[in-house]
Ligand binder design. Structure first.
Ligand SMILES: [Zn+2]
Length: 878
């Protein structure tokens, strides 16, 4: 699954976790889970009849089960269903006992069922939901203005149980043959191709799909509605991109991406894509994740699959490529080989997040996507430095905890650790290990230990010793760098400690860190740094060397001052990613209290004064200026800081200008909106005046602005709008169907600061104008960009019951924490902590603990920034 991690969702994690020690290779009986392992399904034949008006379904299924030890009871999952009848081997009627809290049903038989294969026939009924989980509907407006209803499924983490009773845990793999009764005019797609279509009475038809390979329940999928497709093929596999009829042409870009990516993956994994076709579907709006890797039927929210040349931005084009590459990587990592239990979700997500970047970079080197992963690294490490972080591999007891594990640690840290391991082992040996892993576990399940064994086999290195120190321990290592001059050589001595922010009692830990060191014109030094300090030397005294060359390692670096000063002198000779890396580490050292803020600002000044133009570097600086501006909320130095920030960024804007140049580098095109937005935030008078003029012109003529500029121009103009202009914009938010444009417009008005407009924005977010799957993030956006999170909190609490009826279960746990996290008020923190919802599930407890730790860390950072910025501004005469 591709989750879109806002700052707040990154904060989900488990504070009191026991790291998964001495993990074993996969074993069905030993793997964690909630269901007994006495019975395992082999195959399901499922018939579902839908009533799209009453939003209900009736189902019957025949499950071939393997009874592994004689039992008179079979417990499986169901959620919201009502079982009317269950019969074993055509004759033995079961007593049915449902537990709706545990989301299970237990079938009891008059006597023990013998070991071996049996057949279970079940009849049931249930609802079709409106929230985006399980089997649900998406009501939308077609391109010609008609009201339409689409049928969609989303089963990960644990919602297959809302469509059929079954063993809904990933290790219980089986085959599935799906049959569904639908309105006759619906186009239906599932994991496998259609084998038969039968017309039934009353405008209905029954569609049957071919039997799937052996797979986990969470990967089954069905989408049906008024859709059309564009089609292609790659390596002999038919490919299609489906969209609401009339929009299918916007699927061409994703289709061409898939045509390039599939042959690359076929070769990389050494196993050819195993299904007879691959379909991708754009879901118009009502969707919770970014996308989902259902085997053979990849689903996406429309804005990450459809490219509309009139309204989409260059960044959207790139995002589509990344998300398609991510979901396609899952067809192997996740679908063909699946983690045994959710404690290893990072195996799916870390790997797919790494592979999406690797494949996107391979096909589109012009995007310089690896250096730009610096942003992901900073976000991930920001979370991983706090006391509330958790190891990549963590104990997961239930669905609520499993949901919370889809966070920045599983995705971001997983990606960065895999990248470090690939760099350490070498691209070829790493790929060889991946091929062995795929071959050994195809159609089965695996643990991290299985992956380490395969990589060790391919490389001859003890991969587990290095990898486990990053996956089984929380937090970030810090490499401390000391230098001395001995016999005409600079001797570098490296040692390690733990890097933390706002954590008074960090647990001491030791990592095995693959370190890469070097500088332009010098040989590269590679070593694995363990507990004992290590040294290397370079010819000449005071020769600067940078650690973490290419930012390929998951650690921070602290140089003693002479080594840092030496680096500063040759800073302009380093690549963009190394500059961004030094900046990121220096800011982090300020956050942890190990460096003054001035060391970051001096470094940024040095880099900007050399006319830096690279997007990765400029966005790093913009990001930190933005954070500092937030830290200075309420400080009398904020205006002076803004003057400094504007002065720093004005040369960058002067080079880019408002208008795209002919043959402009796409990275400049992507950088322009960030620079304009930052200057707008820092209240640059010229930018603000220009933005207002352009906004007024755009209101008259929407073609007067390119799509990538609309959001920032409107955002600046909508800080303090009059009611009439606000109403026009809110009307556009309501009437726009395309999610990309809708969210662009909503995000622009979310920055309005007047209390009356904040209240209207909160109401708009859950009025039906924003799709259900995006309500929680829309409200978080209002809390963040209005700079009045406390008012948003108050309004959300007033309307909480109403808002929650629109949210899917997996949004419920972190919903309140996601608003409160933007506050720096002890009062709001206290309210969050004591809210009954905060303690209701383990997922909610986790989200609350993370938000509370983030709030108190920010308070500390605000105090430090406010006192240090004053001294720095006066000392440097800014
Ligand atoms: Zn994913």
């Amino acid at each position: 699954m591709r989750r879109f991690l806002s700052f707040t969702t990154l904060l989900a994690g488990l504070p009191l976790v026991i790291p998964a020690h001495a993990e074993q290779t996969f074993s069905f009986q030993q793997t964690a889970g909630e269901l007994p392992k006495t019975v395992a399904p082999l195959s399901y034949v499922i018939h579902v009849a839908t009533d799209m008006d009453r939003l209900s379904l009736t189902g019957q299924e025949t499950i071939k089960v393997n009874v592994l030890s004689a039992t008179a009871e079979m417990t499986m999952n169901q959620a919201g269903l009502k079982l009317s009848d269950a019969v074993l081997d055509n004759s033995i009627k079961a007593d049915i006992s449902q537990n709706d809290t545990a989301e299970t049903v237990t079938l009891r038989f008059p006597q023990n069922v013998a070991r071996g294969v049996h057949t279970l026939a079940i009849r049931y009924s249930g609802p079709i939901l409106k929230t985006p989980n399980g089997i649900y509907v998406d009501d939308y407006t077609s391109p010609n203005g008609e009201a339409k209803r689409m049928l969609v499924t989303q089963f990960e983490v644990a919602d297959a149980r809302r469509m059929f009773p079954g063993w809904d845990e990933p290790a219980f793999k089986a085959t599935f043959q799906l049959n569904v009764a639908l309105p006759a005019d619906y186009v239906a797609v599932s994991n496998m191709p259609i084998t038969a279509t039968k017309t039934e009475g009353q405008g209905q038809k029954q569609v049957s799909f071919a039997t799937t390979p052996r797979m986990s329940t969470y990967l089954l999928a069905l989408v049906a509605g008024d859709m059309k497709a564009v089609r292609g093929q790659a390596d002999g596999t038919p490919l299609a991109v489906y969209a609401p009829s009339g929009l299918e042409g916007q699927g061409e870009f994703a289709l061409h991406a898939a045509e390039k990516i599939l042959p690359y993956y076929n070769s990389y994994f050494g196993v050819k894509y195993p299904l007879p076709k691959m379909d991708m579907v754009a879901i118009p709006g009502n969707y919770q994740a970014g996308a989902m890797e259902n085997w053979g039927l990849l689903t996406y929210i429309d804005n990450v699959l459809l490219f509309d040349p009139k309204n989409s931005t260059p960044r959207t084009r790139e995002l589509i490529y990344e998300v398609v590459a991510h979901e396609m990587a899952h067809q192997w990592s996740g679908d063909l080989v699946t983690m045994g239990w959710w404690d290893n979700i990072w195996l799916n997500e870390g790997f797919a997040s790494w592979m999406e970047i690797k494949a996107t970079d391979k096909m589109n080197p012009q995007w310089e996507i690896w250096p730009r992963q610096h942003e992901t690294r900073e976000e991930t490490m920001g979370t991983d430095a706090l006391s509330s972080t958790h190891p990549i591999q963590q104990t997961i007891h239930n669905v609520s905890e499993a949901n919370s594990a889809f966070d920045g640690i599983s995705y971001g840290k997983g990606e960065l650790v895999i990248r470090m391991l690939e760099g350490w082992l070498g691209e070829d040996r790493f790929r060889q290990g991946m091929r062995a892993y795929m071959k050994a576990h195809a159609y089965g399940s695996a643990t991290s230990q299985d992956l380490w064994n395969a990589l060790s086999g391919a490389s001859g290195q003890d991969v587990g010793t290095v990898a486990r120190s990053f996956t089984e321990q929380p937090g970030i290592p810090l490499v401390n760098v000391a230098t001395s001059c001995q016999s005409g050589k600079t001797v570098y001595t490296l040692s390690q400690s733990r890097f933390t922010i706002h954590d008074p009692t960090p647990k001491d830990q030791v990592w095995n860190i693959p370190v890469v060191a070097g500088a332009p014109g010098l040989p590269v030094h590679k070593l694995v740094l363990g507990k004992a300090p290590q040294t290397f030397s370079v010819a000449g005294c005071n020769v600067p060397v940078k650690m973490n060359l290419g930012e390929s390692g998951y650690y921070r670096v602290r140089y003693e001052s002479s080594a840092f000063e030496a680096l500063l002198k040759i800073i302009s000779t380093f690549s963009a990613v190394d500059k961004a890396n030094l900046l990121g580490d220096q800011f982090a050292l300020f956050r942890s209290g190990q460096a003054q803020l001035s060391s970051y600002l001096t470094l940024a000044d040095h880099i900007l004064e050399a006319n830096e133009s690279n997007i990765a570097v400029i966005q790093e600086i913009i990001g930190k200026f933005d954070v500092l501006d937030d830290y200075l909320k309420g400080s009398e130095d904020r205006d002076a800081f803004r003057v400094y920030a504007r002065k720093s960024l004005t040369p960058v804007f002067a080079r880019l200008g408002w208008d795209q140049k002919p043959d402009e580098n796409v990275l400049d095109t992507m950088l322009r909106p960030s620079v304009i937005s930052a200057l707008g935030k820092f209240e640059d008078p010229a930018i603000m005046a220009d933005a207002k003029t352009r906004f007024a012109q755009w209101l008259d003529n929407p073609d007067s602005l390119r799509p990538d500029i609309v959001g920032v121009v409107a955002g600046i103009a909508m800080k303090h709008p009059d009611q009439k202009t606000y109403d026009i914009m809110a009307g556009k938010v309501r009437s726009t169907q395309a999610t990309e444009v809708k969210l662009r417009l909503f995000n622009a008005i979310a920055g309005a600061t007047s209390p009356a407009l904040i209240e209207q924005n909160v109401a708009l977010a859950y009025s039906g104008a924003i799709p259900n799957g995006r309500i929680a993030s829309a409200l978080a956006r209002v809390a963040d960009s209005s700079e009045n999170p406390d008012l948003v909190w108050k309004l959300v609490k007033q309307h909480e019951a109403d808002i929650r009826t629109h949210l899917a279960p997996w949004s419920q746990d972190g919903f309140l924490a996601g608003i409160a996290v933007y506050s720096d008020s002890a009062h709001i923190a206290h309210e969050l902590e004591n809210d009954p919802e905060s303690g209701k599930t383990t997922g909610a407890k986790i989200a609350t603990a993370k938000a509370l730790s983030e709030i108190s860390a920010r308070k500390e950072a605000m105090q430090a920034a406010q006192s240090q910025i004053h001294a720095w501004l006066s000392a440097t005469h800014h």
